[in-house]
Write a protein that binds this ligand. Sequence first.
Ligand code: 4HQ
Length: 251
Amino acid sequence: MKFRILTLFPEQFDSFAQTSIIGNAVRDGHIEISCTQIRDYSESKHRSVDDAPFGGGQGMVMQVQPLKDAMHSEPIGENAKVIYLSPRGKTLTHDKVVELSELAELILVCGHYEGVDQRFIDTYVDEEISIGDYVLTGGELAAMVVVDSVSRLIPGVLRDANASLDESFASGLLEYPHYTRPAIYDEMEVPAVLRSGNHAEIEYWRLVQALEITKVRRPDLYNAFMKHEHDEKTRRMLKKYLKTQRENGII
Ligand code: 4HQ
């Protein structure tokens, strides 16, 4: 998977692309991260890339020409998508991350100031994506969120091939709690079931924990999970869970 980032601040991506899981994925050739400095494609003598908005108002707007030329400074692959990071876009979800992970190349356009000239979006952008309902100073952090979340779904990026399936949103539930050594710390004990060695009981306990936390914090996800089809084993565990709930007068 190739990520091409169009940005005025390529330095922001250096430590990101060199560190931890993403750094390893780049080193091992599972992903490629390249930055194109939009300012290198300015045709103005002071290397400017923005101008005041038509119609007046505060701030500056990034011009079409430097963005267009930066984008076309490298050949764009067949299976590529141009994404503009913006609070006006559809909010990034796990399903969207899965969809993006199936492409060969993502071109991520990072805006600054008040944003980019609408004609660039209309002509060259395939999709606008937001990482949430808040305002950033630029699209760079949002682009890193896209690169990070997509990369961990690419085969070979995570150490354990099943790790990406185990977590919240992939399963549809929030994650069960995790514990590690020591078994007792400041008089707080790790739940006994996790030290029992009974794998079926551990699996059931984790599912119940995930259901309980999801029901409280994200009733939307809980209801969707309960409506969804599940494999034989999960169906059996859900039946047991609901029976216990009824016996305890919870439902
Ligand atoms: N910005 N999700 C404004 C965002 C943002 C978001 C990026 C700030 C674009 C022009 N991007 N610039 N939220 O707040 O993606």
